[in-house]
Design a protein around this ligand. Sequence first.
Ligand code: HEC
Ligand code: HEC
Ligand code: HEC
Ligand code: HEC
Ligand code: HEC
Length: 389
Amino acid sequence: MRRLFIPIAIFCTALSAAVALLQDTKEGRAQSAPAAEAAPIYVMPKSGPFAPERIAIPQGEYIAAWARSGHSDAASESFSHWNADGVIPPVCAVCHSGAGFRSLHGLDGSAPGLPAQPVKVGGVVDCETCHNAGLASITSISLPSGISHPVDGGELSCMTCHQGRAAGVTISRAVDGKAEDTADPKLTFINPHYATAAATLLGGYGGMGYQYPGKDYSGRFLHAKPVASCVSCHDPHSLTVAEETCLTCHASGKPADIRISRISFDGSGDLKKGIRGDITANASRLKTMIEDYAVKVVGVPLHYDGSRHPYFFADANGDGVADQVDGKPVSYNAWSPRMLKAAYNWKFVGSDPGVHVHNPHYALELLYDSIEDLAAPLGVDVAALGLIR
Ligand code: HEC
Ligand code: HEC
Ligand code: HEC
Ligand code: HEC
Ligand code: HEC
């Protein structure tokens, strides 16, 4: 992995027609040479006649894979959200543009930390986000939990952007000193953010779920050595995971069907389905309990709309439709501390579509503890549910 961070100076501006790449060495590896001295190969010549078959694109395979991935998709919500404003606020730009990321890590000559100025829109996760010589000297990143996490070159970039934006302590601080079951209109939903694979992978060690006091949590899911890091499973350019990667050790290459545990965590007794099935079942039970709690304990029914931030809306008449004021849905405004913790954990588990592979145990623990915590005020007998933590 280290070899990556020899100064491969790769400039790739997918959005412009010209993609300037450094010449390859004989082995097909990128050459280490400072940008200024290198003679770029232009994919698109400056003038015609154009003869595509004569234009050398040494890293075509990597570029093609990247170009088909979400990382290069400038039109996606992740990269176009700020287009109308023209700039991305510094706190968002660090993960939503290559330039913001470089500024965060001080790779653009600025001091490490948030960019001093908003960053121009149009950037994606470009080649230089991951191929920057300066990355080799960064040995740790800070997580939303305040923990400083040691990283090596290979996972530094992934962990920076896929760590989410909130942690258990964000919730603890928000509810500090408030009565557990009293709705407080000052509380608002705290969203863990999206594609939080690094947050779930680090588990209890990263502290990004809300961890109930007095409980132990599984730490980083080490899985098995050959598949312990992000890029051992994900192709760093296409981002896809090949089924063959799993078949070495598992009977199935379909992540949702894989199971090793001989325990039925959801109380169904079904040990044939993938571990994902247990996570989904417990998550769905938790969601129902959050809805029940909203009605029975705080007295304001809740409506969840996964397509609309901040996702939880008030539904005072309980008709299954969000209340509207001035044509806009009313954000849920009767959170009690207990309910906010459970809803955060529920959303946290759901915010990582690969949680069953990244850290199934941590997900199951957070769900179990949230269910148990809501059970008391609801008068539900947890033991009777047959769930296993
Ligand atoms: C600069 C921030 C950034 C870095 C660095 C980064 N990602 Fe992403 N990643 C994103 C964003 C933003 C998206 C969503 C892209 C979209 O919706 O088009 C994403 C999407 C993904 C997806 C979803 C699949 C897809 O095609 O949309 C996977 C898987 C992924 N990243 C894995 C990784 C891995 C593995 C690494 C490290 C090798 C990594 N990411 C590094 C920001 C980043
Ligand atoms: C720690 C990195 C990080 C930071 C900081 C961050 N985001 Fe994101 N954000 C991501 C990743 C990764 C995704 C990709 C999710 C996916 O694959 O769909 C994403 C997705 C999004 C999306 C698309 C959601 C969807 O439903 O498709 C929006 C909108 C968004 N972020 C807004 C913001 C805003 C606003 C800020 C600043 C206040 C911000 N983000 C800060 C990492 C980050
Ligand atoms: C999200 C991070 C990320 C992005 C974006 C990215 N790469 Fe990579 N790239 C990697 C990682 C990680 C490896 C090492 C893979 C390995 O060793 O298996 C790699 C390997 C390579 C290699 C092989 C280097 C070697 O020494 O074998 C080349 C060439 C390359 N990338 C070119 C590119 C180009 C061109 C782009 C832009 C179109 C790009 N990469 C975008 C992460 C990234
Ligand atoms: C053991 C292999 C493995 C490791 C290690 C791993 N992933 Fe994944 N990841 C997967 C699989 C498999 C899926 C898809 C799950 C499914 O489709 O059921 C996935 C899903 C994802 C997704 C969601 C893609 C989507 O559909 O939106 C993201 C983002 C992601 N991984 C990023 C990462 C990052 C970042 C790391 C390192 C912190 C990482 N992964 C580590 C195997 C792995
Ligand atoms: C080198 C062997 C190896 C490879 C390759 C491997 N795994 Fe695993 N996997 C394991 C081991 C061992 C465990 C049990 C780890 C533990 O619980 O501590 C496991 C556990 C899991 C679990 C949790 C199952 C449960 O019931 O708790 C899932 C899901 C999973 N792997 C998915 C994948 C996917 C998807 C891939 C391919 C991208 C993959 N694994 C590749 C060895 C491997």
